[in-house]
Structures are given as structure tokens and as C-alpha cells.
Design a protein around this ligand. Sequence first.
Ligand SMILES: Cc1ncc(COP(=O)(O)O)c(C=O)c1O
Length: 405
Amino acid sequence: MKSSSSEPYPIADTARQIQPFHVMKILGEAKALEAQGRDIIHMEIGEPDFSSLPQVHDAVQQAMNAEQTHYTPTLGLPELRTALSDFYQNFYGAEVPSERIMLTPGSSSGLQLLLTALLNPKDKVLMPDPAYPCNREFVRLLQGQLISVPVTESTRYQLTLSSLKSHWQDGIKVVMVASPSNPTGTVIEADELVAMAEFAAQKGAYLLVDEIYQGLVYDRPAESILSRCAHLENVLVINSFSKFFCMTGWRLGWLVAPDFLIPTLERLGQNLFLSAPTLSQYGALAVLKPDALAELERRRQTFQQRRDALMDAMQSAGFAPRLCPDGAFYLYWDISAFSDDAEAFCLELLHETGVALTPGTDFGDYRAKQHVRLAYTNDEATLLRAVDKLKGALLKRAPLSDTPN
Ligand SMILES: Cc1ncc(COP(=O)(O)O)c(C=O)c1O
């Protein structure tokens, strides 16, 4: 690949292939409109609108007063690894020894670390389309081969055992899934996930389960694959303090890996980041305590009320989302009745209504231009106002086809 004339020295080919987030364009435009005094409703950003809890702030203050400002061990603070092991035991009945848990700077680093530990160039990674965008880029960076399997509402936008079987090919080393998923908010039922883990094991492949939205599920108990599959040595889990725990800016996540992988992950971690942020780890210790968890449960209920209000409002507006998300804080909306260019649709709607949405093209290729993601990370009244504005703008448009959305 050629360097452009604006770059006086060369940039690596793999780095050049890394895709940007299309939503950043929307965000930039939204900020510019806000600066001009426009009222913008942000439904594009994938993070809770709630701040981190006061318990976190107090714990971090105390740690600062005690001058806990040095590196921790690369695998993380031993007491936090133990607290996470207890968390798995208490909430999921899962036996996860602390020795198998590693703290990472956000789960983003956990994903990168695991894939770095597993992939040789040309190794294949299978994942659904749509999926969390960075996963594709991590595979690209490691010069792996991506196998994207289009998923539809017929499987609640998730891979299944049957789709794994039908898309299986030699050389697949890792299958990546997220439950609940970003951008669709749907979960994989526990039995299906276990069957997928066992199938991958038979094929000598890993199943990497992204549980970052764990805890943010509605009308059903939160689950972890580790309650059923902690014994399977091909099952890897990443998780984070970002979403349920409302600590995005603290950049702290964790991974759970089988014993035999931990020394490799530790060596990679020593080289890539030395340790996860120390003060954040002290904050995380506080967020795993009962009083903090009780407050987070109240926030979860608020997200559930918002989801229900948004679904009702969308239905009343005639937008009829194809399915109701099980968790996270996203609704994946088929806009094919209005547009077949999600990026243009998002930009136009932003300018017309002030509502900022994420185009489906951030999450893959399959019917991506006919979808957008709505994040219900605003209070209920604001969400209803957003749907009203969308309805006002879209009713004026001539529908693309007579197919009801
Ligand atoms: C599915 C999924 N996995 C991983 C991440 C990375 O999050 P973090 O690095 O904040 O833990 C995100 C962030 O939005 C996500 O949606």
C-alpha cells in the first residue's frame, strides 16, 4: 500500500487498513451543532449516562491518600482478583479461581491480549455480522483471517450451533461471540452457548465470550458461560467495569482464561501495558461491595424501564423494531423502509432533528446500510422526545418501498 504525499515517512500497512468508527463522524458533527446552540439528543454513544458511583470515588481518594500510585502486579491486585472470583461464586455459582483472572486496561486490552496470545498470521476467527467493530480490527492487526457470518433476527442476531456447523472450515482457531451483544442487545441462550463451546472444543478451537454487558439484562437472570463451562479449557471470557459498573473512563476490565494460558498472557501483559490502572483497581474493589451493587441494580432497572418506553414509543410511531433486545442499552433498528444508506440517514436526521444515531456500517457489512443503532442512554423523557422528532422527520419522507418496517 502506498503512503500518501501528506505523510513524510511511511506508516505500517496493517495500521493503514484499520477502519475508523463511522459514528465518530456523527459525534463530531453533533458536537459542532451543539457548539452552535442546537439541542442534540445523543443516542449514538455506547456508554452509560450514569457517572461512576460515589463509593468508587471515595475508595480512589483513600487509595490516593495512601499513595497507592505505583504499578500493580501485571495480573492485577491480588485482592481484586479474589473479589472477582467471589463475585462469580456469589452471583453465578461459578467456580473461577482467582489465579485464572487477569485485570486489563479495559476489556479492549483483554480482547487484544487474548487474540495476540492465540493467533498466528492467517489463523481464522469466526464471528457474527453485525458485531462489535474492534474485534474485526484486532484480527486484522494480527494478520488473521476474518470469517463473518451474517446473522438475522431469525436467530436474534446471534450465532447458533447450527450456523457454527454450517460455516465451519479448517483453520478456525477462535469463535467470538458477545452476549448480550453490541449492537443488537440480544443474548445467546445458555444451552446454545454451552453446545457451541463443546462443538468448538471438538474442533480444537476456542470460544471467546464477551460478557461486557453481563448484568445489564432484562426479564431474565444475568448469566455467565462460566457457571456451566468453567471446566472447558477452550472457553475464554472477557468482561469489564465499563458498562454495568458504569466506569468507562476508568479503563478497567478483566479476562478469565484457563490456567495453561495465564503465563503467556502475563508475559504479553508485562510487555504491552505492565499493569491495569492502579487507582481504578482500588475503585473496582468498592464497586463489588453489596451497597454499590444494590445501587447498580437500581440503575439496571432504570435501563429496563427505558428500553420498555423506547420500544413502546417506536411501536406507536409505526417504526416497529423487529425484536425486543434482551439486554445492554441498544436497539438495532431496520431502517430499510426509509433509507438504504445508514450513514447518510444518520447525518440527515442529525441535522434535521438533532437526534444522533450510529450507522449500522460500524458493525459489519451484512445489511449494515439498512440498520442504525439507538442507545437508550438518556432519561425516558428525552428518549420519547427523540422518537417524536424522528417520527416528525420520517413521516415527511416518501417510503423507499411499501414493505412495512
Ligand atoms: C461488546 C463490547 N466489547 C468490548 C468493548 C470494550 O469496552 P471497554 O474497553 O470499555 O471494556 C465494548 C465497548 O463498547 C463493547 O461494546
